[in-house]
Every structure is written in structure tokens, then in C-alpha cells.
Design a protein. Sequence first.
Length: 67
Amino acid sequence: MLERADAVLAAIPLLAVSGLVLRSVIAATGVGTGLLALPLATLGSVAALGVICWELLVGPLASYGSG
């Protein structure tokens, strides 16, 4: 059975790579210019960092230490 911790650990690398994949798809199809696709590379890493911070501040581990 898939638990919450497993889902979070799977989501972090997927989010980190998703920005690069999305940027590559946009650049390959020619729909957007390189300047428009440039911020997408860091967007995935920022999203992964956001998930990590969210889990540290709000997740089960944060409530474990306060009680």
C-alpha cells in the first residue's frame, strides 16, 4: 500500500525534472522562444524545494515535535 511518505519521496524528483522536461518540449516544438522557456528549468527545482519545505513545516514530522 502506498503511504504518504512514499508519495512525497516520489514527487520530489519528479517535480525537479519536470521543469527541464517541459522546457525541452517547448524548445523542441518551437512553440515558445528560448527566453520564454528559460524560467521553466528552475521552476521544477523551486517546486521540489517547496514540497520539501511544506513537509518540514506542516507535515507529520512537524506535528510530532510539537506534541
